[in-house]
Each structure stands twice: as structure tokens, then as C-alpha cells.
Design a protein around this ligand. Structure first.
Ligand code: AMP
Length: 380
């Protein structure tokens, strides 16, 4: 049983690691000869639009999935004529365009951030007048990890953004003074079975996820239910198979959907050690139409992303229940090189273990202090 994966980054790497015990084999397609999966699986190095390479890649595969949501939709459609592609290509199309994504949320009755669309070369002043300041301007396409975004706090920022604006479709969103950011992972199998992981709390710096706390400290049943309902609507509307992530802003106990990712997600890395079945294994089970595994959390977990540099292995491994994951990528500023998951049976124990992490993690970019102040301390 060989599964094809478009994209050969860390998500693909962890998918393969989860699939080997189930007797699965993997073939990856990625334009970069540096893609880390090359160390553990067969990798085809070719452009996503190279139809000859796609044809060869598809040969003999059971199913194709993707670990990168900016895979060209045409490539997924091309493959789908030869071998089933999951999540469905419609999910890829919706998620690649912020406007379509937000319209989908609205159509399905999922509360989302207030926004207006701006055509290429559209009038920024009109949009600002409608939404008000502060606001966040985003390109509809190819924006992730805070790229392609302008935070407009005052008129000066509007003037500055005007100079930098690319001539592409944009949306202007109301700035949400959120209490915290959370996300939910839902998974739907090809046989229709659906399951949800507990909602997690996420901390970002510079638009990049730095820390996830799972389950989200102080998580209430109503918040979990609203998040699950939102994910269920999308999973069912798109006749989805695989893992889906929806990220929300939580404000006064209410959730506003920000965006979705039709794939395994960074805010679900904790599930490898922190839940009964990891998001990677459940994604594979789902796209193969197999029964899903339990998504229940095992105690409390904190997942810390390693961006641009990594700590000494031994220093992390001395912490009880700390798990280190290196993705085998060359260090570069802003690059996700690995993550650490720390687990404990109780929140106060988790806090203790996080405090015991080496000095490397005590810097503000890891958000540990912020998390401890804002949540762990109050809710332990
Ligand atoms: P995104 O690429 O949409 O996930 O945005 C990256 C990060 O920017 C989010 O995780 C938030 O921290 C922040 N952000 C994006 N949109 C908004 C908004 N409308 N209001 C407040 N913060 C936002």
C-alpha cells in the first residue's frame, strides 16, 4: 500500500513516520531537492506543474494526499483523474483563497471576522472606511505565517501599506482584540466517521505559531462544541476525508473562525505524544477509509516550535516527558526546524516541566512566560 504525498516538508515527514507501523509506504513529490522526507522515503524532485512527473508519481499509488496547502489545484485535479486525492480538491481551492474561505464560513453559518474584499488596485480608503481601524489587510492568496499581511492601526499605517500593496486581490479584516487564539482539528474518514481533538490554545510571534497548549487551559464544553460544530459543517459540506484544522479567535467566550487548513497542522503536533491517536495516524486512517482512532488527550501537553535554531538535545531530554522532534532541515532564520512536546498528567506539573526547560526556551519568542501568566497560572 503506497500513499503519495504532495510536499516533502515536516508534515509529510511525520505522516510517513506515523504510517510505517501500519504497513504503509510513501512516495513524495516536492520541487526542492532539500525536502527533508528524502531521508526516510522515496522522493520525486519535480515541479508540481510538471505533468510528466505527476503521471510517473501517480503510478501504482493507492491514494494521494498533500501536506502543503499551496499545492497548485490543477496538479491535484490532474492526479485525481488517475488516483483518489484526499482531502478533496475543493477543500484545497477553498483554503487557498482567504475570500472564498471566509465566504464558505459565512455560507455555513460559522461566525467569522468582519471583512470586505478589495479587487486588485481597489480603493483602500473605501475599505478602511467600511471596516474601521485597527484592521488587518491580507492578500487573498499565498499568505501564511503572517506573510502578505499589513496591520493597520492608524492612518499612517494605511499610507505605508498603500505604497507596498501588490496588485492582487486582498481582504481587509477588522482587527479582533482576542482573548486568545485557539484551534480545533477535526477528522473525517472516507467512510463518513468523524472525530475531533480537544481545542488547543495557540501563541504566535511574528505571525508564526510558537506554542500550543493542549487541551486549551480552562476549555469549556460550549467552546469545544462550537468549534466542533464549525469543523463538522466544513467536513460534511466538502465531503471531506482527512484532518482539517480551523483556527479561531476567542473573544469573551465566543469563537470567530479566522482560517482553515485542509491538512495536518502545526497546532496538532502535540497529538503525537499527547493523545491516544496522533493527527498523522488519523489522517492516514481517514484517507484510506479505515476506522479512526480515539482523539482523546492523555494528560496535558505543551508543544514548542523550534524556529531558526535548535537547543542542545541532551538539555531537553533531561526533562521528564519532554519529546524532541528535529525535522532534518538546515537552520535558516524563520524556518521551522523542529518542535518539543512536554507532557504531564496535571497542569501544574506541566508548568513545572516547562519552567525546567533550558535557558534557550526562556526567551520571549517562545511565549512560555506569556502563556504562564495568561493561562496556566490562572487555571492550574
Ligand atoms: P493568519 O495568517 O490569518 O493566521 O494571521 C496570522 C496571525 O496574525 C494570527 O494568528 C493572529 O495572531 C494575527 N491576526 C490575523 N488576523 C487578525 C485579525 N483580524 N485580528 C487580530 N489579529 C489577527
Amino acid at each position: 500500500m503506497t500513499i503519495g504525498i504532495l510536499g516533502g516538508g515536516q508534515l509529510g515527514y511525520m505522516l510517513a513516520l506515523a504510517g510505517y507501523p501500519l504497513g504503509m509506504h510513501f512516495r513524495f513529490l516536492d520541487p526542492s531537492p532539500e525536502a527533508p522526507v528524502g531521508r526516510i522515503a522515496h522522493r520525486v524532485t519535480a515541479e508540481f506543474r510538471d505533468e510528466q512527473a505527476l503521471e510517473k508519481f501517480a503510478h501504482g499509488l493507492e491514494v494521494v494526499t498533500y501536506e502543503f496547502e499551496n499545492v497548485p489545484v490543477e496538479a491535484a485535479q490532474f492526479l485525481n483523474k488517475r488516483v483518489p486525492v484526499y482531502p478533496p480538491t475543493e477543500a484545497l481551492e477553498e483554503a487557498q483563497n482567504r475570500l472564498r474561505e471566509k465566504q464558505l464560513f459565512r455560507r455555513l453559518g460559522i461566525a467569522t471576522t468582519e471583512f470586505v474584499e478589495m479587487a486588485p488596485g481597489g480603493n483602500l480608503d473605501v475599505a478602511v472606511k467600511r471596516i474601521g481601524l485597527p484592521a488587518v489587510l491580507k492578500t487573498c492568496r499565498m499568505g501564511y505565517d503572517g506573510k502578505g499581511q499589513w496591520l493597520l492601526r492608524k492612518q499612517e499605517d494605511v499610507e505605508k501599506a498603500r505604497q507596498e500593496l501588490p496588485n492582487v486581490p486582498l481582504i481587509l479584516e477588522k482587527f479582533v482584540p482576542f482573548t486568545r487564539e485557539v484551534s480545533v482539528l477535526g477528522v473525517r474518514s472516507r467512510n463518513g466517521e468523524i472525530a475531533f481533538y480537544p481545542v488547543v490554545e495557540n501563541h504566535h510571534r511574528g505571525g508564526i505559531l510558537r506554542l500550543s497548549l493542549a487541551p486549551a487551559p480552562g476549555l469549556t464544553l460550549p467552546v469545544q462544541q462550537v468549534a466542533e460544530e464549525a469543523a463538522r459543517k466544513v467536513l460534511e459540506a466538502l465531503e471531506y476525508a482527512g484532518v482539517l484544522c480551523i483556527e479561531f479567535f476567542e473573544i469573551d467566550g465566543k469563537l470567530l473562525a479566522n482560517e482553515m487548513a485542509p491538512r495536518v497542522h502545526n497546532s496538532g503536533h502535540w497529538t503525537i505524544e499527547g493523545s491516544v491517536t496522533s493527527q498523522f495516524e488519523n489522517h492516514l486512517r481517514a484517507i484510506m477509509g479505515m476506522p479512526l482512532g480515539s482523539c482523546a488527550a492523555v494528560g496535558y501537553s505543551a508543544m514548542v516550535n523550534l524556529i531558526g535554531e535548535v537547543p542542545e538535545r541532551a538539555e531537553v531530554l533531561t526533562i521528564p516527558n519532554a519529546h524532541l522532534h528535529f525535522y532534518g532541515k538546515e537552520p535558516r532564520p524563520g524556518r521551522k526546524l523542529g518542535h518539543v512536546t512536554v507532557r504531564a498528567e496535571k497542569l501544574d506539573k506541566l508548568q513545572e516541566r516547562l519552567r525546567a526547560l533550558p535557558k534557550f526556551f526562556q526567551r520571549p519568542e517562545f511565549c512560555l512566560e506569556q502563556a504562564a501568566e495568561s493561562t496556566l497560572a490562572k487555571r492550574a
